[in-house]
Design a protein around this ligand. Structure first.
Ligand code: COI
Length: 359
């Protein structure tokens, strides 16, 4: 197994000018360096880890990933805390999920300690790129692509594991914590049991684009996916998991093999349990959600995700029915979750959960 002490460092000739933290968007600007490691079956596995200047890759047009999409990715964030230190939020959990995705896509697993050390080393080098303004962070995008030039269908023999970094602001253009409008998708499906919905592979996102485009034309930011079999049970939103507050109790769809096990989802569940709020992880039909609204019991709906953090839902449309949630205002509970999670991330609230890894 490759040792992280063997990470080669290639120095950049010039460093870029860093963007204004007040005008950061999501995922448009990239830092000076990236991590890269290769896998070749002939060389006995993963080898030659290096940190090198951020720049284009040279790939054969026959690279496997370009034809059959054998690839996985992760998304996590580094924060500048109020005492000036740089931290990463739950990196071990993200790296473990990367390997779960690798396994499903027949990609050779990566040594998790090595990946974590490489990630930490890259963030340490790029710590001046972690923006200081609240609501901003350094988004970390690890990904693996299959690069063997081969057009037959079988797992590739060659891969690249890369980590790139992007200083970001809010994911949604309306800003953080502002309610979003969501369209309940009733034609297309995102995933089915036994498929790849529970892992982070690019095809899931490519397959969601048409539905998202249709929804956006109707004035909705995102779609809420229903199950792929009966088109009845709530699964997730394209870039986040979903939660409901009904009669003072919290509900989220149970992981069923087609829902992504979000790290922010997991953090929210831990908080809800510690706060002693009744919590239900179960199958939730969209009909029950609309019924709860009719009875005046649907208090809040919010999404959770690394990019989106906590994102209140102000309006839901399902077929010809439209409901407004909490007067299209940010709910108290979503705000409390947002303040607690970001409080821990920015070092204003003690991290009793061991979620933070100092760089
Ligand atoms: C994340 O929340 O990090 C994600 O990967 C969602 C992304 C597609 C923006």
């Amino acid at each position: 197994m490759t040792k992280v002490s063997q990470v080669e460092f290639v120095k950049a000739d010039n460093l870029k000018v860093k963007p204004d933290p007040n005008s950061l968007q999501f995922g448009k600007v990239f830092t000076d360096y990236m991590f890269e490691m290769d896998y070749d079956i002939e060389e006995g596995g993963w080898h030659d880890p290096k940190i090198k200047p951020y720049g284009p890759l040279s790939l054969s047009p026959a690279s496997y990933v370009l034809h059959y999409g054998q690839a996985v990715f992760e998304g996590l964030k580094a924060y500048k805390q109020v005492d000036g230190s740089t931290v990463i939020f739950r990196p071990e959990k993200h790296i473990a999920r990367l390997n779960t995705s690798n396994e499903r896509l027949c990609i050779p697993k990566i040594d998790e300690k090595l990946a974590l050390d490489a990630l930490t080393q890259l963030i340490e080098l790029e710590c001046d790129w972690v923006p200081e303004k609240e609501g901003t962070s350094l988004y970390i995008r690890p990904f693996v692509i299959s690069v063997e030039p081969y057009l037959g269908v079988r797992p590739s023999y060659h891969y690249k594991f890369l980590i790139i970094l992007s200083p970001v602001g809010a994911y949604y253009s309306d800003g953080q914590l502002n309610p979003v409008k969501i369209y309940v998708e009733d034609e297309f499906v995102r995933a089915v049991k036994g498929g790849v919905g529970h892992v982070k592979t690019p095809g899931n996102y490519a397959a969601s684009l048409l539905a998202q485009e249709h929804a956006q034309k109707k004035g909705y930011e995102q779609v809420l996916w229903l199950d792929g079999k009966e088109n009845k049970y709530v699964e997730e939103v394209g870039s986040m998991n979903i939660f409901f507050k009904i009669n003072g109790e919290i509900y989220t769809p149970k992981l069923n093999g087609s829902i992504l096990p979000g790290v922010t989802r997991d953090s929210v569940i831990e908080l809800v349990k510690v706060w002693g709020i009744p919590f239900h992880e179960e199958r939730i039909s969209i009909e029950d959600v609309f019924e709860a609204h009719k009875k005046g019991e649907l208090e809040e709906v919010f999404g959770t995700g690394t990019a989106a953090v906590i994102s209140p839902v102000g309006e839901l449309r399902w077929e010809d029915k439209v409901i407004t949630i909490n007067n299209n205002e940010t709910g108290e509970f979503a705000k409390k979750l947002y303040d607690t999670i970001t409080g821990i991330q920015y070092g204003k609230i003690e991290d009793k959960f061991n979620w933070i890894k100092k760089v």
